[in-house]
Design a protein around this ligand. Sequence first.
Ligand SMILES: [Zn+2]
Ligand SMILES: [Zn+2]
Length: 192
Amino acid sequence: MSANRKGVVRPVSTSPWVIDTRELGRRPGASRSVHRTAAASYVLGLEDVIGVPVGAEVELDVLLESVVEGVLVSGTASGPLAGECSRCLDPITDEVSVRVTELFAYPASATDETTDEDEVSRLVDDLLDLEPVVRDAVVLAVPHVPLCSQDCPGLCPGCGGKWADLGPDHRHETIDPRWAALQERFQQDPGR
Ligand SMILES: [Zn+2]
Ligand SMILES: [Zn+2]
C-alpha cells in the first residue's frame, strides 16, 4: 500500500485511551457512546507550562459514529490542570474541559489516500487512540502564558523575591551613576 503507512503506530489496546471500534461493524450510521476515565500517560497540554499532569484522570464522554470514511468521534474530555504562573512561578491548579471532534479514517479509504498522517487520524486495526486528540485540544484551550491572577506583580528583578511578599517599599540601594563615577576618581587619586 502507500508509503505513508510506515509510520503508523498500532495503539496499545490495553490503554484506557484506546477504543475498539469493531462493534460498529463499518456500518455508516451505527453509533456507540463511551464514558470512561483515563489517566494521562504524558502531559496533556504545554509541557513545563500548564497541562493535565501525568497520572491525572481525565473523564471522557464521547460518541463514536460510523461514517463512510471511518469513525467520527465527538464529545468532551475534562480533567485537572497543573501549571506555573509565568510571572511569579507559583503553582496554578485549575480544571479544563475541551470539546473534541475527530475523524479516524479507515485504512485505504479516500481520506486515507488523500491526506497526510498528521492531517487526519487513522484507525489502526480498528483501534483509535484518543489521548493525542485530547492533548491537542487541551493545548488550544489553555493559556500559553498562565498567570496566578491577572494582576500578578511577578518577581523583583533585583533579588528574585515575589513583589506580593516584598511589599511596595521594597527597593535595592542603587548608587546614582554620576556619584559612582566621582567616587571612582577619588579612589584612584587619593592624594589630591
Ligand atoms: Zn503569579
Ligand atoms: Zn528585590
